[in-house]
Design a protein around this ligand. Structure first.
Ligand SMILES: Cc1cc2nc3c(=O)[nH]c(=O)nc-3n(C[C@H](O)[C@H](O)[C@H](O)COP(=O)(O)O)c2cc1C
Length: 195
């Protein structure tokens, strides 16, 4: 039985909400794509920390010293791409990012819920900087030294989704639908499109 457009909206967001809570969910790890200062596309995996169907928002955590933070500060347009191998469903979400800088209210609240292990991952040197280690020592592994209080580097990215491109792979008949959302999160349009 094929789904209606309204079902597509609710089931896609239900799956995203589950992913925000459950580490084993297919959409827990998604591709976060931004555009850099040279207009080149940049993509990286991130953990979906929370999804809010009513507000059409997705939450991610990152280091505010990372290249992506700088890219998004200059250009807040992003695409989030996920794929569930089991159900053969691709979700492509387009939107703009609100940055919540270290020690902002939103960042403080999210920080307080992180495990000490995760908090520690923000305490090393700036992401992407060179790492000194003894390559001559065969047993040595490159490991960043923890130098600072990670909280000062911890930022939250909230993506406000304006468009969902839903793509269902099917053996006989691939299906695709496009949904748009208003600023207040209402589904403004939905239509089937050619896959
Ligand atoms: C499965 C997986 C999950 C990741 N989750 C995050 C994350 O939630 N936040 C983050 O900033 N980086 C995460 N990373 C690292 C990023 O993919 C990326 O390599 C790093 O953030 C540097 O990105 P940038 O140089 O574009 O800023 C993850 C990597 C993997 C492989």
């Amino acid at each position: 039985m094929s789904m209606g457009l309204q079902d597509i909206d609710s089931s896609s967001w239900a799956q995203l909400e589950v992913a925000g809570r459950s580490p084993n969910s297919a959409f827990r790890y998604v591709n976060f794509c931004s555009v850099d200062a040279q207009s080149r596309p940049q993509a990286r995996m991130v953990v979906l920390r929370c999804a809010d169907k009513l507000a059409r928002k997705l939450e991610f955590h990152t280091d505010a010293r990372s290249p992506k933070w700088l890219e998004i500060s200059a250009n807040p347009n992003v695409t989030i791409l996920g794929y569930c191998h089991q159900t053969r469903l691709q979700l492509r979400l387009t939107g703009t990012v609100e940055l919540h800088a270290p020690e902002s209210q939103v960042a403080e609240k999210a920080w307080s819920k992180l495990s000490p292990h995760t908090q520690n991952t923000y305490a090393a040197g700036p992401p992407g900087d060179g790492l000194a280690f003894d390559a001559a020592d065969k047993n040595a592994e490159p490991a960043p030294s923890v130098t600072a209080d990670g909280k000062a580097n911890f930022g939250v990215l909230i993506v406000k989704v304006s468009m969902l491109d839903w793509y269902q792979l099917k053996r006989e008949n691939n299906q695709r639908a496009l949904l748009t959302y208003t600023d207040s999160g209402i589904c403004a349009s939905s239509q089937w499109i050619n896959p």
